[in-house]
Design a protein. Structure first.
Length: 318
């Protein structure tokens, strides 16, 4: 199933590269990619559309895997990097760099990661009370999310000349992604996935419950911190490039568990491919549905993920 999904993802990448404000034929696209016959149309797509499409795949995959990790470690089916405030922490740090400390712009992803860590720590401190209550975690996340979003909005006011660009980015947008952004994101993504592979077995044990995991010799608190660290890292580097994009980390893990089971050995790679596919489709819709205008991909994901969130919430009541 994973290999089949990879094939569908590759086909979707070609379709997404082909359609847009400037259309190009599949033949012209393939010749430019593999035979070095690069027309003027292909060069435009190569410089503007290709890094955006490839970044959408990486960001979607990162957010999906982060959601799967957080749902396991927080024991909460509603956990999502956007809902519990991690994305807001990363975006606040990114905006601070863009507005107040532009001399540190090349360290934006690292500072976004620090912002995500701070947000995660706040959620854990507020939500933890002699154990992890799923309801308390969500409420703490909503609280932290609201506060950090308010601070981001206040900071945006300080940069009146670029307020439109920053507000669009806050809604989740890939319109300004460049090859430089993609290369940096790819490097950090590889590092994050290597860390993710190191905690797969621990995730399976955590899924059995804290007491069972402890009886099997697992240091639950240490592993929870490590898994959260990986999830925050993947979320933050993605937010630093594409802004706040919610619900990918909520929707995809549930779909993947239904299709392939709960073993993280298969869940993590399948979630990555499915997450990349979902965000790529959402971004393609966002830039084509009202062509030549486009809406932020974060808005499209909210329209997709909001009803799914309600469905999961109602199902969890049963």
């Amino acid at each position: 199933m994973i290999l089949g999904t990879v094939f569908i993802l590759l086909i979707t990448i070609l379709i997404s590269l082909r359609i847009g404000s400037l259309d190009i034929s599949i033949k012209e696209l393939l010749e430019g990619m593999f035979l070095n016959r690069q027309s003027n149309n292909f060069l435009i797509i190569k410089d503007l559309r290709m890094p955006r499409v490839l970044s959408a795949v990486l960001i979607g995959g990162n957010l999906a895997v982060a959601g799967a990790l957080l749902q396991t470690t927080m024991k909460n089916p509603l956990a999502d990097p956007g809902i519990i405030g991690i994305s807001s922490g990363a975006s606040l740090a990114s905006i601070a760099v863009m507005v107040l400390f532009s001399q540190f712009i090349k360290y934006k992803l690292i500072l976004a990661f620090i912002g995500g860590i701070v947000a995660a720590c706040l959620v854990y401190l507020i939500g933890e009370d002699k154990g992890f209550s799923p309801v308390r975690i969500i409420l703490a996340g909503v609280c932290v999310n609201s506060i950090l979003n308010a601070l981001s909005s206040m900071m945006t006011v300080f940069n009146s000349s670029g307020v439109s660009t920053i507000q669009t980015w806050l809604l989740g947008s890939l319109v300004n992604v460049t090859w430089a952004d993609f290369r940096i994101l790819a490097c950090y993504t590889v590092a994050g996935l290597v860390l993710c592979l190191s905690v797969i077995k621990c995730c399976d044990l955590m899924g059995l419950g804290d007491k069972t995991a402890q009886s099997l010799g697992l240091n639950v608190n240490k592993v929870r911190v490590l898994i959260t660290f990986v999830a925050v890292f993947l979320t933050s580097i993605s937010t630093g490039v594409g802004g706040v994009i919610s619900f990918v980390g909520l929707v995809i893990p549930h779909i993947c568990r239904f299709l392939i089971g709960s073993s993280h050995k298969f869940l993590i790679p399948f979630s990555y491919v499915m997450g990349g596919f979902l965000l790529l489709v959402a971004d393609t819709i966002s830039r084509n549905i009202f062509r030549p205008y486009e809406i932020p991909v974060g808005v499209t994901m909210c329209l997709i993920g909001g009803p799914f969130f309600i469905y999961i919430l109602r199902r969890s009541k049963r």
